[in-house]
Each structure stands twice: as structure tokens, then as C-alpha cells.
Design a protein around this ligand. Structure first.
Ligand SMILES: C[S@@+](CC[C@H](N)C(=O)[O-])C[C@H]1O[C@@H](n2cnc3c(N)ncnc32)[C@H](O)[C@@H]1O
Length: 184
């Protein structure tokens, strides 16, 4: 699997640090990650695949509205970065090294964001069977090649429930909400 940090996306350039010193350890999510967070269902076991900075899972953990939250990444540097964020925020997030979902326990909601559409399609295609229940929801945010991802999803047995476009700065981001084909 391609391990490149695809999409040319500056991961540490998201949103702004909050004002008062005591709040500094928490990072305000930008429009893109906020829109993704809004799609995660209350009570869901969640995994953020390719978490990098782990801002999204730490934000979810602070709310206390979700089941177990996992953050995973393939690469050592992002894992170090994520570990620091999780420790700084004392967040209840389990950090795992995993190629896609290969080493992640089954979850209800899976976020794969900030990567190229081809890599997201590949991660979805390699998803362990144990994830593929009718309850599974994928929240996908490709930086490139959304058309390729749509085709890949259909070929892998998934169907897009809805899509939205979110503007952050001067850039538009597509967010896809996806389920197993034919499931309720
Ligand atoms: C640009 S960052 C996106 C960070 C975050 N998800 C976001 O949207 O802001 C992409 C991350 O995906 C990770 N990655 C690349 N290939 C992966 C794979 N096969 N499995 C898990 N993580 C992967 C990279 O190491 C990198 O940390």
C-alpha cells in the first residue's frame, strides 16, 4: 500500500489555537474537520484512519458522546505527533499503528480524511470483513480524485448516502457519507 502523505495537505495548519492559556492545549477544529465530526454518530465506536495530528479523535473524546475512539496511522512521525496531542489533552483515545484498518478492532464509524482518493479507495477495498455490518458508516474526505474514489467504493460494495462540500479558507473539500451497499 502507498504510504505517502498524499494530498499535499499541511496537517499542522488547521484552524487556530484558542485564546486563554488554559485552553491552549485544545485546538479549535477548522470547517473541514468540524463537518466531519458532525457526521460521527452519538455512541459510535470510532476510528480515525491516518490520524496524523489526532485533532479529530481528541475533539470527539472531549465531548464524551461516543464509544471507544481509536486513532491510527501507518507512519512513525505522525504517530509521535498523535501521541503528544493525546497526552497533552489527556484524551481517552487508543492510538494504534495500522496500515488502513488492518490492525483496528471493528468500529461503527470510520473516518478517512485528508488523503488522496486513490489511497482512500485502497484502504476501503482492504477493509477487514469484520467491519462490514449494516451499521457501518464511512466518512471519507478525499483531497484528490473524488471520481476514482466513487468508482472504487461501488466496486468494493459500498454506496454513497450523501455528499457535501465544505469551504475552508479558499478551498472546497468533498465529504462523503457511505454505507455498505444495500444495507438499511
Ligand atoms: C495528510 S494526513 C491527514 C490527517 C488527518 N486525517 C486530516 O484529515 O487532517 C494523512 C495521514 O495518513 C497517513 N497514512 C498514509 N497511508 C496510510 C495507511 N495506509 N494507513 C494509515 N494511515 C496512512 C499518513 O501517515 C498521514 O499521517
Amino acid at each position: 500500500m502507498n504510504t505517502a502523505n498524499q494530498g499535499g495537505f499541511p496537517a499542522a495548519d488547521e484552524g487556530a489555537w484558542g485564546g486563554a492559556p488554559l485552553k491552549r492545549r485544545y485546538k479549535k477544529l477548522g470547517q473541514r474537520l468540524s463537518a466531519i465530526a458532525a457526521l460521527v454518530r452519538d455512541g459510535a465506536r470510532v476510528c480515525d484512519v491516518g490520524t496524523d495530528h489526532a485533532y479529530l479523535p481528541c475533539h470527539l473524546a472531549r465531548s464524551g458522546r461516543y464509544g471507544q475512539i481509536y486513532a491510527c496511522d501507518l507512519n512513525p512521525k505522525p504517530l509521535e505527533f498523535a501521541e503528544k496531542t493525546i497526552a497533552n489533552q489527556n484524551a481517552d483515545v487508543i492510538l494504534l499503528q495500522s496500515d488502513g484498518l488492518a490492525d483496528v478492532p471493528p468500529c461503527d464509524d470510520v473516518v478517512i480524511a485528508g488523503m488522496g482518493g486513490e489511497l482512500i479507495a485502497e484502504i476501503v477495498a482492504c477493509m477487514p470483513e469484520a467491519f462490514k455490518s449494516a451499521n457501518l458508516r464511512l466518512i471519507l474526505q478525499p483531497m484528490t480524485r473524488a471520481g476514482h474514489l466513487r468508482e472504487g467504493l461501488a466496486q468494493s460494495g459500498f454506496e454513497i448516502i450523501s455528499e457535501q462540500i465544505v469551504r475552508e479558507g479558499r478551498r472546497d473539500f468533498i465529504i462523503m457519507y457511505v454505507k455498505v451497499s444495500g444495507s438499511a
